[in-house]
Design a binder for this molecule. Structure first.
Ligand code: MG
Length: 382
């Protein structure tokens, strides 16, 4: 059984109202941060609906399907509330959620995300953003039109390309990670990652063992940095992974070219890893994208070998059947002037009968069979 321990903190920052909502479920297996849209009315209502709906949906159902259904259902409920109440019109929210789920009898940590709140993983002291922001600036960065540093200060950095409650249906980004003892997850709203650098966050997460203390310290740093937005943080520690990481390590011992767990993991392709990422840096459970397929002999290789053999046979037969007095004088060859006794020397000369190199021969092309033939709407903001 995987055991988790969590701490959380939230602060209004320099805003009039805290529209963030934090979820730490009573069973200690579901965590979320929702950031209501500040540019619209009642963002806090949208965020509250989202976390409440998700928690209710996952009671007694620790499955990946329940997590996805919870996010999709939360979207519907926010959308319908917005459509049926003029005061709530236009509200929406981000949602990033982490849940301990059971897949075929094994534990997994599943992450669902919509919007620009984030889930990070601290593993072996290195912090990595697991979720991908659904924001205008994130798209500009992905397309190479903006640097990550530029995105932090861009005046449209709060414009979202996807949020709960805006459309009648939604598909969240979903990924799974094998639980590994010692891992630490960080869920946060943009009030933290917009103010505090990844390096600063990593330093706090490495330094403070208690998750509550770490969460409070992160919020404090964001306030010190300006606290221009609501700040919400959940820190989740994997205390015991029930041997899952050890089993995965054994499964990825040398030469195994398949998935380390023996079966595909859902949406691993959406992990924000780069193709040039070193295998050793990949978190357990992501090795599938770096595994190598074994080399095999293809039909192209066989065809090439057969063609090569045919050409060699034709050369030998041609040379043997040619009277010696008809062999071209090697001394006239412009390509091999010193190899007068080499029977293959003239094959690149202008000789009419011994040439098998159509591209270098000035004489008529011989018919050499197969061997010779080979020369041929207004975006939402938080
Ligand atoms: Mg925010």
């Amino acid at each position: 059984m995987t055991h988790l321990s969590a701490g959380s903190a939230t602060d209004i920052g320099r805003r009039q109202i805290n529209q963030d909502r934090v979820l730490v479920a009573d069973d200690g297996q579901l965590f979320a941060v929702a950031d209501g849209m500040g540019g619209h009315r009642r963002g806090e209502v949208a965020a509250q609906i989202a976390v409440t709906h998700l928690a209710r949906r996952m009671v007694g159902d620790a499955s990946l399907d329940a997590l996805i259904a919870g996010v999709e259902g939360a979207n519907r409920e926010v959308f319908q509330a917005s459509a049926s109440d003029a005061e709530l019109q236009g509200m929406g929210t981000t949602l990033t959620a982490l849940a301990l789920v059971h897949v075929d009898g094994e534990d997994r940590l599943a992450i669902a995300n919509v919007g620009d709140s984030r889930t990070y993983l601290l593993r072996s002291g290195e912090l990595e953003q697991l979720t991908e922001d659904h924001s205008l600036v994130a798209e500009m960065v992905r397309e190479g039109h903006l640097t990550s540093e530029g995105a932090r200060t861009h005046r449209q950095r709060s414009v979202l390309t996807k949020a709960l409650g805006v459309e009648p249906s939604i598909t969240p980004d979903v990924l799974e990670v094998l639980p590994s003892a010692g891992d630490r997850y960080l869920l946060c709203s943009d009030g933290l990652c917009g103010e505090v650098s990844d390096e600063q966050m990593a330093a706090v997460l490495r330094r403070l063992a208690d998750p509550d203390e770490a969460a409070r310290e992160l919020v404090r740093l964001a306030l010190v940095a300006g606290g221009s937005d609501n700040i919400s943080v959940v820190v989740v520690d994997v205390l015991d992974d029930d041997g899952a990481a050890m089993r995965a390590s054994a499964a990825i011992q040398p030469t195994v070219a398949s998935d380390p767990m023996g079966r595909p993991m859902r949406d691993l392709d959406e992990l924000p890893l780069t193709d040039d990422r070193a295998d050793a840096d990949a978190p357990t459970g992501t090795e599938r994208r770096t595994s190598r397929r074994p080399r095999i002999v293809t039909w192209r290789v066989l065809l090439f070998v057969v063609a090569l053999a045919a050409v060699a046979a034709v050369v030998v037969l041609t040379v043997r059947n040619t009277p010696k007095d008809q062999l071209p004088d090697a001394s006239t060859s412009t390509l091999a002037p010193t190899t007068t006794d080499d029977p293959f020397g003239p094959t690149t000369s202008a000789g009419p009968t011994t040439s098998i190199g159509p591209t270098t021969s000035a004489g008529p092309k011989p018919t050499l069979g197969t061997g010779a033939s080979t020369a041929a709407p207004a975006p939402p903001t938080t």
